[in-house]
Design a protein around this ligand. Structure first.
Ligand code: TMP
Length: 206
């Protein structure tokens, strides 16, 4: 993308994205970069409303196509309202999830197909893509244990269970296998080790 840098973090639920995003944000700020931290779904007033609908467990009658279109609607909003302006101003944008989540969760795990998700991802982002994407790869049982340790109630997507998370994981590995933008990181390592790897890769692109 033009001028700035657009970084995304991906992985199954409980993979440790939030910790790594926080560590990278501090590192980039220490280097004097202006950083915009956002998340998907959400990151805008409209997108946060859509997030509530998507994640509320009581909305379990939601159809897969409705789910897919709501994720894309939130994405269209954040792309135009936040990501494009910030990168044009030269900022580093770090987004907690982006269109690879749709490919992995809806395209592969929900089996809606990547032809459909590629098409809608392209429309929602007007063809824009991250400069670099980190997939934090972890065994779903280990991720589940982390989520339980963190406490709080599970959301509508997390409630889909371990088999679903396994399909999401496989989806990420498939999409990464033929895309040099996507770097798979072993997320069973310590947070410090993971962070060092990520910083090393970022140093090579800034
Ligand atoms: P989060 O808990 O990491 O913020 O993500 C919200 C949930 O929504 C998570 O279970 C992943 C899921 N999701 C999709 O299924 N498709 C998408 O396109 C996005 C962005 C998230």
């Amino acid at each position: 993308m033009e001028k700035g840098l657009f970084i995304t973090f991906e992985g199954i639920d409980g993979c440790g994205k939030s910790t790594q995003i926080g560590l990278l944000e501090s590192y980039l700020k220490e280097k004097g970069k202006e950083v915009l931290l956002i998340r998907e779904p959400g990151g805008t007033a409209v997108g946060e409303k859509i997030r509530e609908i998507l994640l509320e467990k009581k909305n379990d009658s939601m159809k897969p196509l409705t789910e897919l279109l709501l994720f894309e609607a939130a994405r269209a909003q954040i792309t135009e309202e936040k990501i494009i302006p910030a990168t044009e101003e030269g900022k580093v944008v770090i987004c907690d999830r982006f269109f690879d989540s749709t490919t992995a969760y809806q395209g592969y795990a929900r089996e809606m197909g990547t032809e459909l998700t590629d098409l809608l991802n392209g429309i929602a982002t007007a063809g824009r893509s991250p400069d670099i994407t980190f997939v934090l790869d972890i065994d779903p049982e280990q991720a589940y244990a982390r989520r339980v340790g963190r406490g709080g109630e599970e959301d509508r997507m997390e409630a889909l269970g371990l088999m679903f998370q396994q399909k999401v994981r496989e989806g990420y590995l498939k999409l990464a296998s033929d895309n040099p933008r996507v770097r798979v990181i072993d997320a069973s390592a310590t947070p410090e080790e993971i962070s060092e790897q990520i910083k090393g890769m970022i140093d090579n692109v800034i």
